[in-house]
Design a protein around this ligand. Sequence first.
Ligand code: ZN
Ligand code: ZN
Length: 393
Amino acid sequence: MALIDDIVATQDEMKRWRRDLHAHPELGFTEHRTADFVAEKLASFGIEVFRGIGKTGVVGVLKVGNETNAVGLRADMDALPIVEENGFEHRSRHAGRMHACGHDGHTTMLLGAARYLAATRNFRGQVNFIFQPAEEGIGGARAMIADGLFEQFPCDVLFAMHNAPALPLGEFGASPGTVAAAGAFFDIDVRGVGGHGAFPDLTVDPIVVGAELVTAIQSVVARNVRPADAAVVSVTQFHAGDAYNVIPGTARLSGTIRTFSLDVMQLIERRIRALANGIAEAHGATAAVDVRTIFHPVVNDAEAAGFAADVCESLVGANRVKRKLPPGTGSEDFSFMLEKVPGCYVLLGGKDDAHTAALHNPGYDFNDDALVYGASFFASAVERRLRAGAGGR
Ligand SMILES: [Zn+2]
Ligand SMILES: [Zn+2]
């Protein structure tokens, strides 16, 4: 039980990479500097580099021997439109952009594993290092898949890792089954008839329709979703009107849906449409409903999750690996890759006295001490899965 010594020895350099990436955050599909950084590092390790897969996506390929077994390792590269509140030296150099989800750390951990695997080559088969753009709700995984990711770089199994600020530093989570929620965004445009605030009888008031709709939507989870199926529907925006004495002609309600299955997502969408159309019609208004599923649920393959947990145990011991975590209502677009190739989305703890901020918080910073754990996981997963001389598994 131990981390990989050769990776621990490169800790300081990984930390410099991570801080460089943190200081230069880029939003989804504009990760040009980040992709350059990744491509240059991979090439310097002697790994073949492919660019432009999913716009700014990068894939590195490392092959040893003639075996065709292939492991895919995925890291995300994008930052968020958040104003960083940290004052340390590696804070964001770009106002309004921030690595507040730790993707700077994920990219660094995968680069650390790539360097080690390219130097040691202690496996037989192929490793595809997948550096994905635009994870934060704008379709990076789907863009890579649409560009032929898995046709060009077939994988037998996939692993990705996300840091978890609520888990203690160096603890891992690798659970079978559903581990993260499906997520959708919706907009409902209610159209009535605007007019004078003093003559409501001459209008069709979209605010009254919208208010009734906000209340009615609360019944969907309470009265339509099976009690055993968890779901969230939140109306998070209600925009209408600009004046005290004008009844507006339109109102817009927007929000998000989270579920752990696509069936429940579809049920909720159907119910929201029925409520919006029915309530609008009852008042002589109309409603246009747009529901966009952004994320599917992340479903870990049971065998891959068991394997990942075994790898984690070999690094940190059984008492620091959680093999059964309750699913979280957060979402992650690695889900789309796991629909194509079985695999496991692994969580890595980062919490210590200096790192307590939640993901997407303006005071968040990836814990550099987690880098060696993540890089050791990726490297060890490859060495065990593509064991030299064992023909894979
Ligand atoms: Zn995020
Ligand atoms: Zn993230």
